[in-house]
Design a protein around this ligand. Sequence first.
Ligand code: HDE
Length: 703
Amino acid sequence: MSDIKVGIPPAKLVLVTVPTAIPSTLGRGDELHQSIVSDYPALTTNQGVIIADNQNSLRATAHGPTLLEDFILREKITHFDHERIPERIVHARGTGVHGFFELTESLSQYTTAKVLTEVGEKTPLFARFSTVAGGAGSADTPRDVRGFAVKFYTKQGNWDLVGNNIPVFFIQDALKFPDLIHAVKMEPDRGFPQAATGHDTFWDYISLTPEAMHMVMWIMSDRTLPRSLRMMEGFGIHSFRLINAEYESTFVKFHWRPKLGLQSTLWDEAVKISGADADFHRRDMFEAISNGNFPEWELAVQLFTQKQADSFPFDHLDATKLIPEEMIPLQVIGRMVLNRWPDNFFAETEQVAFCPSHIVPGIDFSNDPLLQGRLFSYLDTQLSRLGSANFNQIPINAPKCPFANQQRDGHMQMTQPVGRVAYEPNTLATDSPREKIAGGFRSAIVVDSGEKSRIRPESFADHYSQARQFYRSQTEYEQAHIASALVFELSKLEHPHIRESIVAHLRNIDEQLAGRVGHGLGMKQLPEAALKAVAIQDMMLSPSLQIIGKMKATLEGRVVGVLIMRGSDSTHINAIRHAIITAGAAIKFISPIIGEVELSDGSLQVIDGQLAGTPSVIYDAIAVILTEISVSTLCKEATALEFVRDAFCHLKAICVDEGGNTLLQKAGIEKTSGVIGITALGDFIEAAATRQWEREASIRTLA
Ligand code: HDE
């Protein structure tokens, strides 16, 4: 007999005794495994039968065929074969988190929905953030809209606010949605591109859909390149209605505003992040929650009456339009805190079923034709995705308030109702559920008249005014990014006529923008401006549409990467660590070799990332603390030079000591603004809280 230590999870690591001589006739090949698991709960089949051997299937002889009789093998493989469910046709890649909503201002004047009237009440919720175009296994950081869906488990039933991180949408009518999505997803004959808009079918469709022009401005802006899911806004997009106790209705638009402020990456940075860490956003959220840095958003509303809506220079029922904050101010009514990572990704994040039709008494829909179509689509898609009308019984989807009705049976029915009555009304079961007026859901009283027809109102015909307002409201840096993004995307097209058609639309938005893009695409002459149905309005500028204007000058929630090597100055490192942590950020140490690095005072610093595997794109700012000896080695490492070059080109603050400065010089980086010596740590922290926008013109040709 001999003692053998085996590799199993640390919590259960045990020393076990196994016989050295095992009868060769057993021939199992897993005697070690057998002996160590004896202390664990028994492994069983789905019928509860204890499995004696989970490593070998039942064979006719040692070298013979496997027997069909092996019910254990068949049950296990069959279950495995059916483990995947259809991924969402859109928003397939997502990250879900549990949390709560706390109301801080009551809207009781406007609604009977308790979630919006009971101040201090904490309503549990589940939020799922997603990209739109890519499959479930695609990367987190393509240029794409982000889904922002929240399921509130209120005392009056589940309320799903299924929004995006952009306040407008591509189309005005639900009938167009399948075409839009077919155009943006990978092209059906070739099966690519995955999660990208830079291809012919997308822009072909867009070129024929002028109503998409406002959304095009948003998706070509850095809004589609969020730095973190924790640093983006969310919007319910459509107008909804709030209904009060007197059945009076008020229109409402919902907005989520991140506590950490808005922040995006640059395009080159996002592209490189995709390669460095395809799970960048999911990991960022996971780490924030695990470290107790719970992300938080304010919930704000824009409330307005029909009379006010009639005075808007656009139609609020048109989902390609927003109501500028300067026109109807935002009222903050509560906060959402995300504080618990799901136990099981599939059971919760994958199986959660959001439906805009899930609303509670006191909230109602508007006649926005896009919203009306969504009310059908989501329930329908859950039936195909989750396979049964009983998807509401899956724990993540079940209301947390009592629910009871006479709906019965169906695939995967989990409940076992008793008694002979399965209908309402009845006289036979006095305790069976009945309809109830008090507290029951009532629709808003809306009077509509007109002819039934396939028609869009004339008030939906202005496709360019808000696109212009958005573009002109941006800072010069953001305008340049929009122009560059259009050049990049359109340069990918095989068909020049599609490029021209888009530039023809841009001429209606802003001549200067059209000129920049046309020039970037090598057009000798700009095409005629696209036809427009109505005159374009010059609307008042709205600075609240910027990202830069809404960025918070803070390092809170950010991460600083510090490149060190053996002998790096411990005084510098301690000072920088203290400054970063005091500023509310996390610090990560990077070195060419993983493990521990001995610093100048002999202390050991644990390394979080190996240089080649953790490039500077995944940090918000960097520091480089090196000795003259170590820097001479690093100057020959392309990854080290890229580490500092990328940080510089992505407009990040860089802190260096003398050794670090030598690396910068080798990489051709001048000590300009935002490149700061270790003695001016206060300046570094201040610079790291933002990006060095003025640096950009010196390192990139802005279209
Ligand atoms: Fe969706 N959308 N959508 N959508 N959508 C889906 O439902 C659809 C639209 C949004 O994390 C699908 O469960 C139609 C606008 C989010 O699970 C599907 C139309 C907005 C999510 C569907 C729209 C959204 C979805 C696919 C035009 C912002 C992910 C899987 C009428 C307000 C939710 C699913 C999650 C998902 C249909 C337009 C947001 C097929 C028909 C506008 C955040 O039902």
